[in-house]
Design a protein around this ligand. Structure first.
Ligand code: PGA
Length: 227
């Protein structure tokens, strides 16, 4: 079993979510389908047959943290996964590896499965090993039992530029030599490249942004990798 993760980012509305759930409920897969809509739409996934994930969470379970979202509440809403450290959180909202480690800890305590995003920037490509090693360094002492590591090179997110199969394979192999957790790939995955990337050795699934923003294109990817 591999993972197919839909990251809606800040897209969708109440009506869209209702339709998406209906359409996705007609689709079955031998793989784990995880849909990650924006927080306010999570309630609309009550009857979804697939797994539910959030795109972020607070490092604490409750308290005086205005504007933050409690992982406890996410659990109550039916989430079993939470994405942490997405590159947009790191770059736009200045989240650090230390912040991400803190979030990881609370998720582990609450038995929520963390999807930890890592990846190098365009100007760091020559040093990807160094960058990824730094991003995963805290994981050496963490319990990764329920974690998924999402490798998402920043230069590939939203650009339609994807690494070669060999490059992805090399990164996945390196990560697997360092940490004991499934490794997914994300960055410009679509129905035409999904199957190839999905089948790269050491790749345990896909994290999909734009191509998951309609149930039709997400379903197409699910069908592609199933064949
Ligand atoms: P993309 O986004 O598939 O639109 O490139 C992936 C991501 O940011 O998780």
């Amino acid at each position: 079993m591999k993972f197919l993760i839909a990251n809606w980012k800040m897209n969708g509305d109440l009506h869209f979510a209702e339709q998406y759930v209906q359409e996705m409920n007609d689709i079955s897969s031998e793989h784990e389908i995880i849909i990650c809509p924006p927080f306010p739409l999570l309630l609309k996934f009550k009857d979804c047959v697939h797994s539910l994930g959030a795109q972020n969470c607070c490092f604490a379970s409750d308290g005086a943290f205005t504007g933050e979202v409690s992982p406890n509440l996410l659990k109550e809403l039916g989430c079993t996964y939470v994405i942490i450290g997405h590159s947009e959180r790191r770059t736009i909202f200045h989240e650090t590896d230390a912040d991400i480690e803190q979030k990881f800890k609370i998720l582990s305590e609450l038995k929520l499965n963390p999807i930890v995003c890592i990846g190098e920037k365009e100007n760091e490509r020559d040093n990807w090993k160094g960058i990824l090693s730094k991003q995963i360094s805290w994981m050496q002492n963490a319990n990764l039992e329920n974690a998924i590591i999402a490798y998402e090179p920043l230069w590939s997110i939203g650009t339609n530029i994807i690494p070669t199969t060999n490059e992805i394979s090399e990164v996945a192999k390196f990560l697997k030599s360092q940490i004991d957790a499934p490794v997914t790939y994300g960055g410009s995955v679509n129905a035409s490249n999904a199957c190839t990337i999905f089948n790269i050795p050491n790749i345990d699934g896909l994290l999909i942004g734009r191509a998951s923003w309609t149930s039709k294109s997400f379903a197409e990817i699910i069908r592609e990798v199933e064949e």
